[in-house]
Design a protein around this ligand. Sequence first.
Ligand code: IVH
Length: 701
Amino acid sequence: MYDAQQTRKLQEHTKTMLVKKEPGIGQDEVEPLRDILRFHEYRYYVQNDPLISDFEYDTLYKKLEKFEREHPASVTADSPTQRVGRGLIKDFPKVQHLVPMLSLENSYNAEDLLDFDRKARELSGLETIEYCVEPKFDGASISLIYDGDLLQRGATRGDGVTGDEITDNIKQIRSVPLSAKFSGYGIQQVEIRGEVLMNKKNFKDYNNALIEEGIPPLANPRNAAAGSLRIKDTAEVSRRKLEAFLYHVSYTATGNKQTASGKKEPETHSGMLDLLWELGFRSPKNEMKVINGIAGVIEHVQDFEKKRDGLDYEIDGMVIKVNDLHLQERLGMTSHHPRWAIAYKFKARQGTSKLLAVEFQVGRTGAVTPVAKIEPVPVGGVTVGSISIHNEDYIREKDLKLGDTILIERSGDVIPQIVKSFAELRTGAEKEIHFPKTCPVCDNPLYKPEEDAVWRCINLACPAHIVEGIIHFVSKDAMDIRSFGEANVRKFYELGLLKDIPGVYRLPFDKIRDLEGFGEKSVTNLQSAIEASKNQPLYRLIYALGIRYVGETTAKTLASAVDHLLDFTQFSEERLQELEDVGVKVAKSVFGFFHNQDNQSLLRELEDLGVQLKNEKKGGVTGGGLEGQSFLFTGTLARLKRSEAEGLVESNGGKILGSVSSKLNYLVVGEEAGSKLEKARKIPSIKVISEEEFLKMLPTL
Ligand code: IVH
């Protein structure tokens, strides 16, 4: 509908209009302003792809409204002020709402609220008004119809008059009752409005699952909820674990007025929320507050903003509603919003900015993360100047270029993200982002297996990930230097007392003794723990080196394949792949590690410092009774921890395998064993035994 040139022009006009100091506009600016508003409505409602924030839209809308109020003759039938809603997203069957779903007027400060209250008092002739104040849920708006106590229909807001029929999807939301006893209140048919949400935890889990699958995460729970409602597979909708708050009864048709209980329809909004709660809906009964007079309302909404981050779900403001339903009726509505309610919007968590540069940071495990440096922009009370942009694929998927205008969002405790770039605003001066081929810190070549999304620096001598590397090296499952710990690693590094992994064995204890918080005893403990670690089994050292894809089990396999750790410098990728459970991915990584000159020198240095690189235990423990036997554990064991059980196998001369194959002798099965058990049953040579049977095999118990 709008081509690139028109888009750029309209966006330029938008910016000019927004920066204009004077609130009013001239006669010749009215029609261009309407065009601007129509354009942004199309972007928002039809394309689902807004170019400006809600606040910016409201500012422009109010300019037009003000002009039309002062010049009633200038109002045109197609002015954006003259209709309830806008375009529709096609797909689901269209249905008409019983009562048009109007929007709410927005307010951003105390003056706006005072103004709203003044108008309501003037119109009603009352001195003070009782308000019901509740959260403004940040999700996707829905409307439900119950007829004869049964959920008959669920729909999206659509253009306010017509929405998409999504009843089957709504039925997947557990907090929406399929039937509700409205008849007990003499109500035959009712239309209710509410908001569908994905709570913060489910949103995080959902995004993590996406990231694991290599799919870029969603920017906010609102998009996740709105998108989920449009899925055409109800099972998938159910997996999304949506929730719904129902907060408004827009229509009731009376049935039998004479109810057995004598209950009647409430006459206040808070009474309606109680009624909904009573009938099994999740209404904001516990989140709402009834307050007499606007002063208390202002105090409450400002207080509530501070609690925003502590809630399980996202809210973007508060809604202030006149509590008396008769008074609501008297106040009525404009074509756009009711006069008896107003939204108080919290500080925006979205903002537009410019992508100025991309820096590449080297983190733990050597992962190179691109970090976007952006024109500082306030987002939800925090000024954002840089944002992680994950990896190379993400840059491509979001179509990011240096110089791009970008939309930023910071959703609750979620770290800021780039929602999108505005390709249509490009001038041609934007530049491609080039991912470095060598480490930005140590200049060694970066390494990335095909199936991985992240480039890494695998040079252990790289200063950037050295600290994290040392922390991993001394950790419990690695060299197990108990008295070291993360805090000491950081402290010694900062003081220049520890520069690299070999430095662990060269600590200047005379200087450490003088540090605050270090007594003679703690220094002695540290000294002996470091000394003891020199003789840790080889697999611990291999694991401690932090080689990508080498966990404890693979480290054990690797350790049993050599007499000395540096033997791996002679191994080809093919030879590595011959080892149990070593696939292409692991082999590539191990090969790369041991063929790196810096890593080789590091290992020699460790050996000179007394660290055992020889495989003392090659051939396994003898005399334990499990020699030559291999084991694998699956499911939850009742008596032993998995690590204890594996330790027992090894201390009795047996071997732990990483997966089910014909090389396996015993599969020890705990509760809820899964695919490993199924696979083992197909290989007749594998003995499937219980934990009890395993324990009986051990001479040591
Ligand atoms: S009342 C006729 N109450 O905010 C008035 N709306 O920006 C009906 N919203 O379209 C709306 N929380 O989708 C109301 N507690 C709440 C709300 C709420 C979120 C949404 C609703 C509305 C939008 C307006």
